[in-house]
Design a protein around this ligand. Sequence first.
Ligand SMILES: Nc1ncnc2c1ncn2[C@@H]1O[C@H](COP(=O)(O)OP(=O)(O)O)[C@@H](O)[C@H]1O
Ligand code: SF4
Ligand SMILES: [Mg+2]
Length: 329
Amino acid sequence: MEEPVLEVKNLRVGFRSDFGERIVTDDVCFHINKGEMLGIVGESGCGKSVSCLAVMGLLTANGYVKQGQALFDGKDLLSIPEKELDRIRGKDLSMIFQDALASLNPAFTVGNQITEVLRKHLHMTKKEAEKRAVVLLHQVGIPDPVSASRRYPNELSGGMRQRVMIAMALSCSPKLLIADEPTTALDVTIQAQIMQLIQKIRDDLHMSMILITHDIGLMAQMADRVMVMYAGQFIEEADVFELFRNPLHPYTRALLAAAPGIDDAKDRKLASIRGTVPETYWDITGCRFCGRCPYAQEACREKQEMPELSAGHYVRCCRAGELAKKEQK
Ligand SMILES: Nc1ncnc2c1ncn2[C@@H]1O[C@H](COP(=O)(O)OP(=O)(O)O)[C@@H](O)[C@H]1O
Ligand code: SF4
Ligand SMILES: [Mg+2]
C-alpha cells in the first residue's frame, strides 16, 4: 500500500491555564492518502482545529503537544527543529483558515505577501515572483488580478480575501493543504463559490486535502473519507458513501439527522442533538457522548475502543454493532 502523505499518531494536545493542564485531544490518530480529500467533522470546540494547528506547529503559546507523532515525508513534524518546520510550512504543507483578515498581514499588499512566500520558499527573483503572484490570483478567480495584487487586504471583500489566502496557500504547490472551516465566515452564495474553487483545485492538481468543517452536509459533497470527532476523540471513520448510507455511532446519526437536506438520515428522533459537548470532556474516561445518548447503558461508562466493524469503517461505541443489527430486523 502507498505511504500516506501525513500520518498522525496518538496526538495529545494540552493547554496550560490558571486551573492547570487540560488535554483537549485524546490519542488522535488519522492519516491521509495521496490525492485524497479527508473530511474532519464535528461540533464546535471538539478539537478539530487544535489537532491540525499542532501538526503545523501553530498552537498558541499556552498550547503544547503532550504526546504523539505527525509523519510527513519521513519526518516527524512534532519533533523536528522549528527552522526545519518553517521550511516545510507554507511550501509542502499549507493551511487556510476561517478568517482571512486575521491571517493576512494588513500592512502589505496582497501581491507583496504572495511574492514573499514565493521568494522565501522557491527562491524566485522579485520579478518572477510578481508575475507568478498575478497568475495565482487569476487562477483563484480574482478579476483584474494585476490591480488586485496592489491592494491591501482590508480593501478586498471577504470572499476575495479568502481567494487570496487560497492563492497564497497554493503558491508553492503543497503536497497537503489543510482547509479549516474555509467558508464559515462568508455568506451563503460566496461559500458555495469558494467550495467550488476548492473542488476545482483538487480536481486540477490532485492535491491531498484535509477539509475541516462542522457542516456534515458539506462532507457529503466534498470528502472521499470522513472522520467524525466528538469531545477530543475520533468516534467514527468511514468512506463517505458508507458513512452516509450506514452511520453507526449515535452521535454521527444525530449529526446527520439534524442536517437539512440529507434525506436518508436515520433516527429522526435524534434530530436536534440535545445538550452540548461536555465542558470538561477531558475528565471523562468512558464514552464522552454518554450524557446525550438515548442508548446509554452501564457498559458505556467504560473506556471505548474504536474497532473496525466492516472494511474501513471504525466506530467508538460498544453498542454500535448491536444497534445496527436491531435496525435490520
Ligand atoms: N488557545 C487556547 N487556549 C486554551 N484552550 C483552547 C485554545 N484553543 C482551543 N482550546 C480548547 O481546545 C478545545 C478544542 O478547540 P478547537 O480545536 O478550537 O475546536 P474546533 O476546531 O473543533 O471547534 C476546546 O475545548 C477549546 O476551548
Ligand atoms: S457507547 Fe453508549 S453512550 Fe456512547 S454512543 Fe455508544 S451507546 Fe451511546
Ligand atoms: Mg475550529
